[in-house]
Design a protein around this ligand. Structure first.
Ligand code: NAD
Length: 347
């Protein structure tokens, strides 16, 4: 079948077109639901396998369904009448989770496999898949000063075991739906996302939230110590949640980015040690550092090369880490206090 021309420009998306968002009980998809709601879209269907009371954010007026999207029938139901489908559902977490639970991570392939098919069968106009920097070749990320990753660095493939390979295979599904069936798919490779309303405790949290929580805990308990995973020299870049959802919106609605994976991340590289210093500065405290060299620490260094996104969108994530982390710290501190007071929290 010949590739179909994009039938509907972004600006022509009607406010009452059906938008479907998978993984909406979690961090990023929850923020995406809020963004579309605030933009005035009136038919948003949000889906997650978590029971509704456990969703991180619930936006009034949004249709919320508790369904497991690794089942074909549920994906068909989820995509009924859809104009746009965003798949952000995945069994995932920080390094502590993805190094320990590779099978769970790989099983997320069922979600995308059924969702993209259901979206295509429903006659949706566009489909978005949230991939990850973990899809990149790990051989290129051994040193803290590793070169920033450009899109072509995913091949020859040697992705992160489990989680990264699932992302790479699901990207390929999306690309073939365009090549073979003319179904318009868009793929973003997120680099570490952080911000309020993200997981901050319980084993799935990522470095920025974990470090903020540890600093808050140390202040609260008076035990002025922090345990850092690895030697602290490993480097990463971190993207604030507002930049992430803005980027998703732009990538989904760019005709030049059909079936073309693109980095969505900050290119401000920082070591874990410096990230701890930043959180300490925000908390107004200095802690004794202990290094757990046996803890999961992931690759030595990972950064986003933003040459392509700047060229094609004339934009890149730009929230300064110090600003984003300050907001995140304040939110986690409030969560921490709420939990101590016996109130319901996110984690
Ligand atoms: P999250 O864990 O907060 O959200 C994912 C949601 O998917 C969860 O609420 C979970 O319950 C739901 N889910 C899992 N399996 C499901 C299923 N079978 N059916 C329905 N829902 C299911 O994670 P997040 O940080 O919001 O990540 C969203 C997406 O972005 C994921 O695909 C993730 O792999 C990708 N990503 C995130 C980051 C990051 O830094 N947060 C980085 C790279 C890629």
């Amino acid at each position: 079948m010949a590739a179909r021309k994009n039938p509907q420009a972004a600006s022509m998306l009607l406010k009452d077109d059906q938008i479907v968002i998978g993984g909406a009980g979690g961090f990023i998809a929850g923020a995406l639901v809020r963004r579309f709601h605030d933009q005035g879209f009136t038919r948003i269907r949000a889906i997650d396998k978590k029971p509704l009371p456990e969703w991180y954010q619930r936006v009034p007026g949004v249709e919320c369904l508790c369904m497991d999207l690794s089942h074909e029938d549920n994906c068909k139901r989820a995509c009924e009448g859809a104009v746009e489908v965003y798949n952000l559902a995945a069994d995932m977490g920080g390094m502590g989770f993805i190094e320990r639970f590779r099978i769970e991570c790989l099983r997320s392939i069922l979600i995308n496999t059924h969702m993209v098919e259901a979206a295509w069968r429903a006659g949706a106009t566009r489909y978005f898949f949230s991939s990850s920097a973990c899809a990149y070749n790990v051989e290129l990320q051994k040193r803290p000063d590793a070169q920033a990753l450009k899109e072509s660095d995913a091949y020859p493939a040697m992705a992160e075991r489990g989680y990264g390979w699932e992302k790479l295979m699901s990207e390929m599904f999306c690309q073939e739906y365009w090549a073979e069936r003319g179904f318009e798919t868009h793929i973003a490779r997120f680099h570490n996302v952080y911000g309020p309303w993200g997981t901050w405790d319980g084993g799935r949290e990522k470095a920025p939230a974990a470090i903020c929580r540890k600093v808050i805990e140390a202040k609260n308990t008076g035990r002025k110590q922090i345990v850092i995973w690895g030697d602290g020299h490993q480097t990463r870049s971190f993207m604030y949640i507002d930049d992430c959802v803005e980027g998703i919106d732009m990538i989904m609605h760019c005709d030049k980015l059909i079936a073309t994976p693109i980095n969505l991340g900050s290119n401000f590289l920082i070591s874990i040690n410096d990230l701890v210093s930043l959180a300490e500065k925000i908390g107004g405290v200095q802690l004794d550092r202990q290094y757990d060299l046996d803890a999961p620490k992931g690759v030595g260094g990972r950064n986003s090369d933003n040459t392509f996104i700047k060229k094609v969108l004339g934009w890149e994530p730009s929230t300064p880490l110090a600003d984003g982390l300050k907001k995140t710290y304040a939110w986690i501190e409030k969560q921490y206090k709420d939990r101590k007071a016996g109130k319901r929290t996110v984690s």
